[in-house]
Design a protein around this ligand. Structure first.
Ligand code: GLY
Ligand code: MN
Ligand code: MN
Length: 451
């Protein structure tokens, strides 16, 4: 007889970001621009996956940050000082036949009512209306890396040139809008932090589930399935980036996403996986023994990474810099490698000659937000790392990856360990969003023993 399946509890959902907050962001961006400028920012389009099938749609993060609109093929135009409305969106046309195939579209009226945009038009009107909107604007701000946006700018230039005959001011040039938006995105609002906290909570539950299920005889893809099942079960759109499940020496391949090998029965497995919820990313790494018990060599190396990771998290507070935090991690990892006999000599000497980089070749942190490697600069200028400020969200993810080389004792061969948490900078220091997944050896072994 079938027994009732115990379903996981659905985590309480945070509120969506309000229409008022999106408006404040557009106003704050326009407040930084000279008068008589215009912003043109295309949203994402659909991308073909194979033949006539598309990838699931994912909105462009900058466009989403300023509008909250999740439909493809939209365009945002910001016109500071325009009496009829400063924010204009072009969107997909209402079309009963297309909507029968692919779902409801907002249409121009929906964009205005549901997203608080001042004025909206459907894409059939775009060419004509856009020329009217751009004519007479002197500075055009757009994402310069976007071929679509640049194409729009070139068309605008032609229109502006025609307008010169009618006495309109000439278009003086175009500039990159991205740095201004990215600087804003670096500082998360309370509503954004609530979404990141939720993405982190879903991701944490998925990692606990993978630890619980892990055992010899399974393959990497089966742990991937456990993680991604939990993401979607909890209402996430799926993974925020390709899930990494690397068992044994696969853990030493930093971007290993094949996830095709059987789990090594005596080995560790490194899982780097995070859910995307309302476009905000979780990004957690945990490393644990497939069979639930660390060997002495695994334990020794794990403790080195764990100590470095905990000290790095503890160092996060306003005014600290990621450069300093990384230097602290490098020092702790190098000292640990010397203690274990994997490097020789003096800590500073091994840092100075870069020999630690044989085992640790990535940086310790990146910003986290709408993109997993979120936008925002890491330096104020070439020489000055930027101090942390409340509202910034980052990862802390030191690791050690030991090659299978002859000069290294066999017992360490192919061990790859990374421990990654997501951290918000607060006024008093920091909040770890991902504390709900065990990382102490005793906690991991206890969780895994409960089969
Ligand atoms: N998952 C990508 C990273 O940790 O940076
Ligand atoms: Mn990361
Ligand atoms: Mn990661």
């Amino acid at each position: 007889m079938l027994s009732a399946l115990a379903l996981p509890t659905l985590l309480p959902r945070p509120s969506a970001i309000s229409v008022a907050e999106y408006r404040q962001r557009r106003d704050a961006l326009m407040g930084q621009l000279p008068t008589n400028s215009v912003v043109v920012l295309p949203g994402a389009g659909l991308m073909t996956r194979s033949r006539d099938s598309d990838f699931a749609f994912r909105q462009n993060s900058d466009f989403y940050y300023l509008t909250g609109i999740k439909e493809p093929d939209a365009l945002l135009v910001l016109l500071p000082g325009r009496a009829e409305g400063e924010s204009v969106v072009f969107c997909l046309d209402r079309d009963p036949t297309m909507e029968a195939w692919t779902g409801r579209r907002l249409g121009a009226a929906g964009v205005v009512v549901e997203h608080g945009i001042d004025q909206a038009f459907e894409n059939t009107e775009r060419d004509e209306r856009l020329s009217e909107l751009l004519a007479g604007r002197e500075l055009l701000y757009l994402p310069l890396h976007s071929a679509e946006a640049v194409g729009i700018a070139e068309d605008a230039l032609h229109v502006a040139q025609a307008g010169l005959r009618h006495g309109r001011p000439p278009l003086k040039g175009w500039l990159d809008i991205s740095p201004l938006i990215h600087e804003m995105r670096l500082f998360k609002s309370d509503a954004e932090i609530a979404l990141l906290r939720h993405a982190a909570a879903i991701s944490a539950g998925a990692h606990r589930r993978a630890m619980h299920v892990s055992r010899p005889g399974l393959s990497e893809f089966q742990l991937q399935a456990e993680l991604e099942h939990e993401f979607v079960w909890q209402g996430a759109s799926g993974p925020a980036y390709s899930t990494i499940v690397g068992s044994g020496a696969n853990a030493c391949v930093l971007h290993y996403i094949e996830n095709s090998a059987p789990l090594c029965k005596d080995g560790l497995v490194l899982i780097d996986a995070g859910a995307e919820f309302e476009l905000y990313a979780g990004d957690i790494t945990r490393t644990f023994p497939v069979a639930g018990r660390f060997s002495d060599a695994q334990r020794a190396l794990y403790q080195v990474v764990l100590k470095a990771q905990e000290r790095a998290v503890d160092a996060i507070k306003p005014g600290a810099t990621l450069a300093d935090i990384h230097q602290g991690v490098v020092r702790d990892l190098t000292a640990g490698l010397i203690e274990l006999g994997l490097l020789e000599g003096d800590v500073q000497a091994r840092i100075d000659d870069d020999s630690y980089r044989r085992f640790y070749l990535h940086s310790t942190s990146h910003w986290l937000g709408l993109d997993v490697h979120d936008v925002g600069t890491y330096r104020l200028d070439e020489k000055t790392p930027r101090p942390l400020v409340p509202g910034m969200v980052l990862t802390v993810e030191p690791g050690l990856y030991i090659p299978c080389d002859d000069d290294i004792p066999d017992t360490y061969h192919g061990i790859g360990i990374r421990i990654e948490d997501n951290v918000v900078v607060t006024h008093g220091g920091h909040e770890v969003l991902t504390a709900d997944v065990p990382k102490q050896i005793a906690e991991i072994e206890t969780l895994m023993a409960k089969k």
